[in-house]
Design a protein around this ligand. Structure first.
Ligand SMILES: [Zn+2]
Length: 326
C-alpha cells in the first residue's frame, strides 16, 4: 500500500480461520463448464499440483504472489476451454472467497483504469443511462470508473468481506457482499454486466453468462476480462505462468469465449487482447524468478524509485464485449 494511505479497518468481527485445506475436501467431478462436453472426452492439459500446507487465506485472493498450484486441468476437445476436472463445490468456493484476504488496492486501481479505457468506446448513451452490474467488484474501484464515465447507477457484488471493507465510503452503498444471485435482480433491468478477472473463478460460467443475458435489457452489453491461456507468454511459461492457479476453475481462449457468449444468445462479439498497465513492482512480483533474485530485483526497483513507475504490457489478457440483440 502506498505511503500516506490510512490502514484499512475491517468492519466485521474477526472469524475463526477455516482449516486451510478444507477447500480440498469433497472435490466434485466436472464436465466442460462452457459447452457441457463430458470430461471423459477432454485431453490432459496439466496434472494436479497442490500442496495443502501452502493453501492460506491469500490463495483465494484476487492478486497475490503466484503459487503455481492447480487442480488437474483438462482441455475440452469441443470448445477448447481448459478446466479443473475435479473442483470444490460452489458452496466451498463461496466460503473460500468470503474469507479471502485482500491486499491488492494499488493494483486494482491500475487494472480498473485499463478496463475503463478499453470499454469506454463500446458504451452508448443508452448504456450510460442505465444500471451497470459488476460481478466480483472487489473494493469497487471499477464502479468508480463507471460513475466517472457517466453511468447512472452501479451495483457491485463481491464475496470477500475484506475487499468490501477496503472500499471508499462513497462506494460502499453500491457494493453487496455475497456471490452473484440472478434472482436478486429484475430481468431486463441492466444496461451493462461486467465480470473482470472473475470468470475463471466461478463454479459455473455458463450459468453466469446465461443469467446475465436474461438480466440485460435488449441492446445491453456484457464485458469479460479473462486470461488467454493460448497467449504466447502463457504458453511459454507453462506451469510457471501466473494463470496456473488453484483458484482458477477454468481458463479461456478466444474460441471458448466466443462459444460461451454465443451459446447464451449474445451477438456482436468482440474479443481483443488488452495491454495491462501496472507499477513495475507488480510486474516483478509476478515474474517467475528463481530464489533470491526476485526480492533483490524488487528492492533494487524500490531503491531506484522505479517501483511505482507504471508500464503497459500485453500479458495475455482478453477483453470480450458482446451485445444482447434487440
Ligand atoms: Zn467445452
Amino acid at each position: 500500500m502506498p505511503d500516506g494511505e490510512p490502514p484499512v479497518t475491517p468492519d466485521h468481527p474477526p472469524q475463526a480461520a477455516p482449516a486451510p485445506a478444507a477447500i480440498l475436501h469433497g472435490l466434485q467431478g466436472r464436465d466442460c463448464p462452457v459447452c457441457g462436453t463430458s470430461e471423459r472426452g477432454a485431453a490432459p492439459f496439466l496434472s494436479a499440483s497442490i500442496d495443502p500446507a501452502r493453501i492460506g487465506t491469500l490463495s483465494f485472493a484476487s492478486r497475490k504472489p503466484p503459487e503455481y498450484m492447480s487442480f488437474r486441468l483438462v482441455r475440452c476437445r469441443t470448445c477448447e476451454t481448459v478446466f479443473a476436472a475435479e473442483a470444490p463445490s460452489a458452496e466451498a468456493l463461496a466460503q473460500a472467497y468470503r474469507d479471502a484476504g485482500y491486499d491488492s488496492a494499488e493494483e486494482a486501481r491500475y487494472a480498473a483504469r485499463t478496463y475503463a479505457e478499453a470499454l469506454a468506446p463500446r458504451l452508448s448513451p443508452e448504456h450510460r443511462r442505465g444500471t451497470a452490474l459488476e460481478i466480483g467488484a472487489g473494493s469497487g474501484v471499477f464502479l468508480q470508473e463507471l460513475l466517472d464515465l457517466g453511468v447512472t447507477e452501479v451495483v457491485g457484488i463481491e464475496p470477500s468481506h475484506e475487499a468490501v471493507a477496503a472500499a471508499p465510503a462513497a462506494l460502499r452503498p453500491h457494493l453487496r457482499i455475497g456471490v452473484f444471485e440472478p434472482g436478486q435482480h429484475r430481468p431486463g433491468s441492466l444496461s451493462l454486466v461486467c465480470c473482470f478477472q472473475t470468470l475463471e473463478h466461478v463454479p459455473d460460467p455458463r450459468a453466469l453468462t446465461r443469467a446475465a443475458f436474461d438480466l440485460l435489457q435488449p441492446g445491453g452489453l456484457i464485458a469479460f476480462v479473462t486470461h488467454d491461456y493460448q497467449a504466447p507468454l502463457n504458453r511459454m511459461l507453462g506451469r510457471r505462468s501466473p494463470i496456473i492457479d488453484i483458484e482458477h476453475m477454468q481458463l479461456f481462449c478466444p474460441a471458448s469465449l466466443r462459444r460461451l457468449l454465443g451459446d447464451a444468445g449474445f451477438g456482436e462479439i468482440g474479443i481483443a487482447a488488452i495491454r495491462n498497465r501496472y507499477p513495475l513492482r507488480y510486474w516483478l512480483r509476478l515474474l517467475p524468478l528463481p530464489g533470491p533474485i526476485k526480492p533483490a530485483s524488487l528492492a533494487a526497483a524500490e531503491a531506484l524509485g522505479l517501483g511505482q513507475r507504471s508500464l503497459g504490457l500485453n500479458v495475455g489478457n482478453l477483453l470480450s464485449v458482446a451485445r444482447k440483440p434487440g
